[in-house]
Design a protein around this ligand. Structure first.
Ligand SMILES: [Zn+2]
Length: 284
């Protein structure tokens, strides 16, 4: 797998690449306030600091922001994705890909193949189960630890003497099973990854305690439980721990700023388009 730095080096040689990375910073104006049209309208893009914390709007100055106009094309926000696919016909064989999209690029160019970072390939034949994904994640996280501090590309199209690039993984957008594995959350059949609501019957936990819903999970508690999982002495102890805390270790937590609760959006594919919403309505 080509290193992230080599992939960036290649992209940054293209004549329009740096210009395209800056377009987001000139975007606003015609965008309506309070309507989220793109990642740039969200709290994380707006208020993620150089220190790796997401602040409330009024608490953060422009200089403190990781994504600001001055650094529009050298502070990059990466959205990480994992998915499995069937590369062969007439046989069950799942291969997986871990890839990254650069959110600084506008939506129309963000997902073009030439702009995607290929981070890892999992050959199969089965999907990596639960924490096994960590073996693939570890070398990726190593590279992004360096990019959080800053990595110098020797030459870019606009900077012949080189330039310092910083990156942060600020979103993890995949289907539920992959997202859970990537961030170390327990099964979606059991608990929500954002709040303390627990399911009692498949994906559904009833409507009785609606006043107690939407209590956000605490990222520090999650990190603490993840570290405890790693300290468990054997598989049985790890299983018991995960059942109790709903957390497993994930290598992605080695990124000091990564928030496995806020950086993981709710998956519309399974929730709305495939069965889960209809399943809940049927139960009601
Ligand atoms: Zn929830």
């Amino acid at each position: 797998m080509a290193k992230v730095k080599d992939q960036f080096l290649h992209m940054f040689q293209r004549p329009d690449f740096e210009k395209n990375l800056r377009l987001w910073a000139d975007r606003d104006g015609n965008v309506k306030k309070d309507i989220l049209c793109d990642i740039y309208d969200g709290k994380i893009w707006k208020n993620f600091s150089n220190g790796g914390k997401v602040y409330d709007e009024e608490e953060i100055s422009n200089e403190q922001k990781f994504f600001n106009k001055e650094h529009a094309d050298d502070h990059l926000g990466i959205m990480i994705n994992v998915d499995w696919f069937q590369p062969f016909e007439r046989t069950i064989h799942s291969s997986g890909a871990i890839y990254g999209a650069i959110c600084n690029l506008l939506r129309e160019t963000r997902f073009k193949p030439e702009n995607m970072l290929i981070l890892g390939l999992m050959p199969g034949p089965n999907e990596a189960s639960l924490h096994q994904i960590n073996y693939y994640l570890a070398p990726i996280v190593d590279q992004f630890q360096s990019f959080w501090k800053g990595v110098t590309l020797d030459q870019t199209f606009e900077h012949s003497s080189g330039r310092l690039i910083k990156c942060a993984i600020i979103a993890c957008c995949c289907d539920i099973p992959a997202a859970r594995k990537l961030c170390g959350h327990y099964s979606a059949n059991v608990s929500c990854h954002r709040c303390l609501k627990v399911a009692t019957n498949g994906n559904f936990g009833g409507l009785d305690d609606i006043n107690e819903w939407f209590i956000a999970k605490d990222v520090d508690d999650h990190r603490e439980a993840a570290v405890e999982w790693r300290r468990c002495k054997n598989n049985e102890a790890r299983k018991r721990h995960a059942k109790r805390t709903h957390v497993r270790w994930s290598e992605i937590l080695r990124l000091p700023y990564f928030d496995p609760i806020q950086f993981l959006p709710v998956d519309p594919m399974h929730n709305l388009f495939i069965r889960i919403a209809s399943l809940i309505v049927k139960q009601l």
